[in-house]
Design a protein around this ligand. Structure first.
Ligand code: NAP
Length: 257
């Protein structure tokens, strides 16, 4: 639908965590709507694979930037490098994330800090760099952060992850109200249980997997592709009046009592 509500032709999206899983699916979906891409993750081989696949499928330009987002001192420099290489970033999708599952009573400060840095602090730093850039361009912008069901409810052994994702939600709302004056819309997607490498140990646990199905009215694990439509909505003209929201794409998980 050229020039339609969901068209992203002429836009460039920076997607973190785009080597595999949800980030790869979102990057691919945005390119299918016409966006050029800048992809960030640590594993260069996965980024190169994503680039080849998406360029072949969509004909869009895809640039890759292997980078460890835990390297907080260089996140701003990474963003500036992306802008130099691509000519500008219109859409920022913060999808990179990790977890360490352990009982909170035994959790080390090192584990807690590591999860907070990768899932939250670098998101703040990229959002700040994006905001500075978009103020210079003067045409607004879109930020799509990836939250979690942990923004909504608790589960044992994921205290650091839950704190980081609650932080992502708080940041999303705060930036939405602070940066509306710059025309920057900031929203989040809260995925339900999605079958990716991150959840591989949970999928392999028959009892846990059964619990997921029992809590998910649509009665299946989600697929990364299930999140694409919401990301396109939030990145495109269709989402022009949406900001400060989290959209749970969870097969009905949060609706179930
Ligand atoms: N799967 C789910 O059920 C689910 C549910 C709710 C929320 N989420 C969120 O969705 C996002 C994506 O998760 P996923 O399930 O797609 O996980 P995944 O398959 O493990 O992919 C994670 C991506 O993030 C990148 N990444 C991790 N640490 C990084 C770092 N320090 N620097 C740069 N890139 C890094 C990984 O690449 P490298 O390892 O190559 O760096 C990979 O590309 C995460 O924020 C996660 O919390 C997932």
């Amino acid at each position: 639908m050229e020039n339609g509500l969901f068209d992203l032709t002429g836009k460039t999206a920076l997607v973190t965590g785009a080597g595999r899983g949800i980030g790869l699916a979102l990057a691919r979906g945005l390119a299918q709507q016409g966006a050029d891409l800048a992809l960030v993750a640590r594993t260069a081989g996965q980024l190169e694979g994503a680039k080849r696949q998406i360029e072949a499928e969509t004909g869009r330009k895809v640039a890759v930037f292997p980078f460890d987002l835990a390297d907080l001192g260089h996140v701003r420099g990474l963003f500036e490098e992306v802008v130099r290489a691509t000519g500008g970033v219109d859409i920022l999708v913060n999808c990179a994330g990790m977890t360490i599952r352990e009982p909170t009573e035994d959790m080390s400060l090192e584990s807690f800090n590591r999860v907070m840095e990768v899932n939250l602090t670098e998101v703040l730093l990229l959002c700040q760099a994006f905001c500075r850039h978009r103020k210079t361009v003067g045409q607004g912008g879109r930020i799509v952060n990836i939250g979690s069901l942990a923004c909504h409810a608790a589960r044992p052994t994921i205290a650091a992850y839950a704190c980081s994702k609650m932080g992502v939600l708080a940041l999303t709302r705060t930036l939405a109200v602070e940066w509306a004056k710059y025309g920057i819309n900031v929203n989040a997607i809260g995925p339900g249980y999605i079958a990716t490498d991150l959840t591989a140990p949970l999928q392999a646990d028959a009892q846990f997997s059964q619990w997921v199905l029992s809590k998910t009215p649509l009665n299946r694990w989600g697929r990364p592709e299930d999140l694409v439509g919401t990301a396109i909505l939030l990145a495109s003209r269709a989402g022009a009046f949406i900001t400060g929201q989290i959209f749970y794409v969870d097969g009905g998980w949060t609706a179930l009592v």
